[in-house]
Design a protein around this ligand. Structure first.
Ligand SMILES: Cc1ncc(COP(=O)(O)O)c(C=O)c1O
Length: 428
């Protein structure tokens, strides 16, 4: 189509000008040029139903008119100053976050990405506790910066040859492949109890905080069993360690509630946010209690954190999530998609497990001996793309199909995706 370079030309230039650590899905990567709610369009005008949402970012849909309007108006009025001056959108955003965050979480710091949010949360935890050791989970992903990468429990995303010390990893609450060898539902949360063993055996006993995602996204939509976070919380409290919950991927209605941790009835000490907070405008934040916030008084500033355009986008995003009741929509449509995936699992043994919450669902593909069906996952991804559906993949062995569409996706889109998946699986 006239005006677009086309994927071949872009790939040629990419090889010439981009550092080669950035990879793309598909044997022939797509050039996407336009988005409209749950749909994306490529350079040739072909439409795709987006079941990945830019990795759980575009919860309100691509180019949602109310958010576009807010961004354009703010960009035309005051695009940027610095946090050294007062501006209104960021203060309003902090007030709105305090209203929707669980429990006593009410004071925010804004930055520009999820990695930075986790770095900031770790700094806050260190300042508040006077400690510097952390616990994280195997299969976690917390970001790309030095400490955030060191907190990451997936080798693929740990490019750093000299990660920081003082991070101990607890087993992932991965019931389908229980790291402790238990049968699903017959373990009394041994993986949660393992956190105490980790503290006793691999730390000084004085841990600043444990980081955890309510659902491990990149790890393969690993969904902790009921009661997991309550047990972990009790253990951490005994050792004076804080709980930092990384809601970068699970936040803002994705799981059927505003925040993923709400499914577990636990109030964290710190919550980190990014991705869907501004529906695609770069943003990051962490939010904490008054008492913990009071320990962070040394100057800190993020040049683009709380930028007026981003804050306006986030405010409009929160309006849309509330007005269009996107969290309950995610719960209802997620139930439909999950039931459909479960029905496919009954017919296609290559689906070994279906898991997740709301519209954050995963289907783990396996061979008859339960080994990861990595190649088959790629074949399915390609087949779905050819049929007009973009889904994600993740997991340690990249064998988990990830379904994380914009929360405005329709029931008809879900049924069409399930029919396409049935067809692709039938041809494997
Ligand atoms: C759970 C989680 N935390 C942190 C990050 C890092 O966020 P960012 O890429 O905005 O730095 C990601 C990115 O995928 C994530 O999924």
């Amino acid at each position: 189509m006239k005006g677009y370079a086309g994927p071949e030309e872009l790939l040629r230039k990419k090889r010439r000008y981009l550092i080669p650590c950035v990879y793309h899905f598909y044997a022939a990567p797509l050039q996407l040029v336009r988005g409209e709610m749950q749909y994306l369009y490529d350079h040739a005008g072909r439409r795709y139903c987006d079941f990945f949402a830019g990795v759980a970012v575009v919860n309100c849909g691509h180019c949602h008119p109310a958010i576009v309007k807010a961004v354009c108006e703010q960009a035309a009025t005051l695009q940027h100053t610095t946090t050294l001056y007062l501006t209104q959108p960021v203060i309003e955003l902090a007030e709105r976050l305090a209203a929707v965050a669980p429990g006593r979480l009410g004071k925010s710091f804004f930055c520009a990405s999820g990695s930075e949010a986790n770095e900031g949360a770790a700094l806050l935890a260190s300042l508040a506790t006077g400690r510097s050791e952390f616990i994280s989970l195997r299969y976690a992903l917390h970001g790309r910066t030095k400490l955030a990468m060191s907190l990451t429990g997936l080798a693929m995303w740990r490019a750093d040859a000299s990660p920081v010390g003082g991070v101990s990893f607890a087993p992932s609450p991965y019931c389908y492949r229980c790291p402790l060898g238990s049968r699903e539902g017959a373990c009394d949360l041994a993986c949660a109890d393992a956190v105490e063993t980790i503290i006793k055996t691999t730390t000084s006993g004085k841990v600043a905080a444990m980081f955890a995602e309510p659902v491990q996204g990149n790890g393969g939509i690993i969904t902790p069993p009921a009661g997991y976070f309550q047990r972990v919380r009790e253990i951490l409290a005994r050792y004076g360690a804080l709980l930092v919950v990384d809601e970068v991927q699970t936040g803002f209605g994705r799981t059927g509630k505003m925040f993923g941790i709400e499914h577990y009835g636990v109030e964290p000490d710190v919550m980190t946010l990014a991705k869907a907070l501004a529906n695609g405008t770069p943003v990051g934040a962490f939010i904490t209690t008054d008492e913990l916030a009071a320990t962070f008084t040394r100057p800190s500033a993020s040049t683009l954190g709380g930028n007026p355009v981003t804050a306006a986008a986030a405010l409009a995003t929160l309006d849309v999530i509330a007005r269009e009741e996107l969290a309950s929509r995610a719960a209802a449509l997620g139930a439909r998609l999950k039931a459909g995936l479960a029905a496919l699992m009954a017919r296609h043994p290559v689906i070994g497990d279906v898991r997740g919450l709301g519209l954050m669902l995963g289907a783990e593909l396996v061979r008859p001996d339960k080994s990861p069906a990595t190649h088959e996952t790629d074949v399915v991804l390609e087949g779905l793309k050819d049929r007009g559906f973009l889904v994600g993949k993740n997991g340690l062995y990249r064998n988990v199909l990830a379904f994380q569409p914009p929360l405005v996706v329709g029931a008809g889109d879900i049924d069409a995706l399930l029919a396409a998946l049935d067809d692709v699986l039938g041809r494997l």
